[in-house]
Write a protein that binds this ligand. Structure first.
Ligand SMILES: Cc1cc2nc3c(=O)[nH]c(=O)nc-3n(C[C@H](O)[C@H](O)[C@H](O)COP(=O)(O)O)c2cc1C
Length: 213
């Protein structure tokens, strides 16, 4: 009897290990399409916040384009990005909360690196739509990258730098028929804990993205 229970337990653990490994695999995104989109003035006319989202998933090509627009590398020779950052600190990390897991966007490799093998969408905000929208971005600053900045400057420059990225996301969405909302209504300590952040990392804002409903 004990042996049977042991075998069942081993099969269960093997299954769980395989499931975990599958869930947490890095995602190599396709190259971003940088020759698409509406002209800037038309895009600006369409930029807006939305609070209802279809649950339909974003294809990987859309994710790649969106993340490149957000904070991708647009000058490979210098490693500089689509959004500016104070002192070129590049201190903002873009986390990607998808139904299957939480990932970190690695702009250089164009890869989503698994961080937490759980659906953390609900934890990214206090508003009901966040748990069903297909994507929530979480903007996190890393004080370890902001050399010699005072606490006040870390907040000031960090918030400004996140703002540029969030606006890039708004504009990409407006251009491509997606919708988005920037969100400060976030339980930041709880989210930082769920994301296993280091003490120098600070959750600044979230931004929900999806198709219009
Ligand atoms: C820094 C910042 C924080 C915001 N936080 C929230 C939020 O927590 N929840 C929300 O529904 N909208 C939030 N918004 C969206 C604003 O409410 C929205 O931009 C404003 O109402 C103007 O609407 P528009 O974006 O369509 O022009 C935030 C916007 C900014 C810039």
């Amino acid at each position: 009897m004990k042996q049977i229970a042991l075998i069942i337990l081993m099969i269960f653990l093997a299954g769980a290990t395989i499931a975990f490994a599958q869930e947490t695999k890095p995602i190599q995104l396709p190259a971003p399409q940088t020759d698409i989109g509406k002209p800037l003035m038309q895009t600006l006319k369409l930029r807006q916040s939305a609070r209802t989202f279809d649950t339909k998933a974003l294809p990987q090509q859309e994710l790649s384009n969106l993340l490149w627009a957000a904070f991708g590398i647009n000058r490979p020779e210098s490693g500089k990005r689509t959004a500016p950052s104070a002192m070129n600190w590049q201190e903002v990390d873009v986390y990607v909360a998808l139904p299957e897991a939480l990932y970190l966007y690695d702009a250089k490799a164009n890869v989503l690196k698994p961080v937490v093998a759980k659906d953390l969408r609900e934890a990214t905000g206090k508003q009901p739509f966040v748990k069903d929208a297909p994507l929530n971005l979480v903007y996190v600053t890393d004080a370890a990258k902001m050399k010699n900045a005072s606490e006040q400057d870390q907040l000031l420059y960090g918030a400004a730098d996140v703002g540029f990225i969030a606006q890039n996301v708004y504009l990409y969405c407006a251009s491509q028929g997606l919708v988005a909302v920037m969100r400060g209504m976030v339980d930041k300590p709880a989210l930082a804990k769920a994301m296993n952040l280091r003490p120098e990392q600070r959750v600044m804002f979230s931004q929900t993205v999806g198709y219009p409903k």
